[in-house]
Design a protein around this ligand. Sequence first.
Ligand SMILES: [Zn+2]
Length: 219
Amino acid sequence: MKKIVLILCFFVLFWVGEKGMERAVETVNELSDQDHPEIALTFDDGPHEIYTERLLDGLKERGVQATFFLIGQNIEGREDVVKRMKAEGHLIGNHTYHHVNLKGISEKEAEEEVIMACNKIYDTVGICTSFVRPPFGEWKKNLDFDITMIPVSWNVDSLDWTTENVEKTVKRVVKDVKEGDIILMHDIYASSVEAALRIVDILQEKGYEFVTVDELLLE
Ligand SMILES: [Zn+2]
């Protein structure tokens, strides 16, 4: 009888110990979730008929959401790609209809460029985006008095389009990225897609969490 009681006691102690350990592991996981520094990947100039889909596949595999600043005229015929972006939780932004330098045209023309792209995005996915990345980083002063948009800049320029070299692009981004950074890339080159996915792998390994720019800017 004593033997049975002793064995029972042993199992009870073992079970309590296991439960305690599980709770401790859960607490550590919760803490490390909160500690993940957030950064945002942004892609300009798409959607591209081949590379954007390839990028979306890779981001989906990695559970990553990004922000896409779309050129209105590039959506023509590629509406399904934009619908997929929305369905998979990416943020869609405006990059004007014809990729124009807003500073070089009149206020009325600049507004038309932004509104045309807005309308094209709305017709495609039924949402009107508030986020705009002005081409060449040139936002027209006072334009936001007439149309309520949030211009989005960047802190880390991958310069992917200058070399179309995967290694150089990856190195440039990962070497000095830090919490809260917005990374600029373009989903219209095969090299950029490969580089972006490598960047995700390297920075996820370092504990970074990729979020859309609204999460960084509106927090
Ligand atoms: Zn651009």
